[in-house]
Ligand binder design. Sequence first.
Ligand SMILES: Cc1cc2nc3c(=O)[nH]c(=O)nc-3n(C[C@H](O)[C@H](O)[C@H](O)COP(=O)(O)OP(=O)(O)OC[C@H]3O[C@@H](n4cnc5c(N)ncnc54)[C@H](O)[C@@H]3O)c2cc1C
Length: 336
Amino acid sequence: MENLELAVRAVKEAFPGMKLLEQEPMSAHSSFRIGGPARVIAYPQDVTSFSRLCSILKEHHIAPFILGNGTNILFPDEGLQNLFLVSTENLQKIFLLPDGAIYAEAGVSLARLSMFAQENGLKGLEFASGIPGTIGGGCIMNAGAYGGELKDVIESVVFLYVPDQGLYEMLNADCGFGYRQSIFQKTGGCLILSAVFRLEPDDPEAISARMRELVEKRRAKQPLDLPSAGSAFRRPEGHYAAALIEGAGLKGFRVGNAQVSEKHAGFVVNLGGATSHEVYDLMMEVRSTVYQKSGVTLEPEVMILPPDYHLEDNGPPAPRNRIFPVNGAEDASESG
Ligand SMILES: Cc1cc2nc3c(=O)[nH]c(=O)nc-3n(C[C@H](O)[C@H](O)[C@H](O)COP(=O)(O)OP(=O)(O)OC[C@H]3O[C@@H](n4cnc5c(N)ncnc54)[C@H](O)[C@@H]3O)c2cc1C
């Protein structure tokens, strides 16, 4: 706690002009519209100040919690007083590389990325146009929909690794991408800064038509008019979470103002003023009923943050498989 206060002071001194929100309600930063005040959220202007900010935090033994669009997190009503949140909102660069690949920073939304690809006659990101998260959040969990996943189109990812403060570039094959998972998620401490996407050329009109079709599908099936965090549970192997929940008679089931969506049983929605405790209790009830009825254990896909959540700044060594340090960081690929 003391370290956190010292870190806040040091960041204010080092970046007098940086946007810094204190005691900011997380409900304003969450697609669930739930969450009490966070001690601090910082908004570095660019990748360089992002890295500098993280090294100041490291000096105070604070590991930053990275905030994308907040579309996959349940923030606690009690707030987050132990965390230093850093937003990727200003990391918005996106451009075509000379070889036709797309370079985009972590804060670029998946919607903007897929639109940029379409405008440049590049196919492969149509699936991402309706996912409300950022590239950073998407890389962490290998976001996907309608048969497509980021792992199909990512060539490489650049990240800052908190424990050694090194900048690394990792090729797709080494990112450990699987169903809604990545090596970044497993290892922890990896702050995604940017990614390169390799796509195929196609007619922009045809790409646009496919994007419209998928967005329509989403509108027809998902409760997009109510706050949620998308699918509440991961897809269990050999099953669909929504079908199991519906089969257990839980469609429309409520705890307070949290509800299993009547439109899509895989979504938990906030009917207005739901608390994080209500969402949590609802999810646990769904989990135990589905287990009793089908023998299948549902695992949350949404990240559930407890109020006392804190991060260690000294994690395991950086994931080492064919990682190429950039910007003069120590060559991690040689050791280990
Ligand atoms: C209506 C709705 C529909 C959805 N549909 C889909 C779907 O079809 N497919 C799908 O996969 N998901 C879907 N989601 C979930 C969500 O949009 C994705 O998981 C998205 O990838 C999360 O991105 P974000 O920027 O919002 O991440 P956040 O929610 O802000 O963060 C999620 C996690 O990623 C970490 N993180 C974020 N950015 C970084 C970074 N730069 N570096 C390191 N860590 C980072 C955070 O610390 C946190 O642990 C849906 C959500 C909603 C609300």
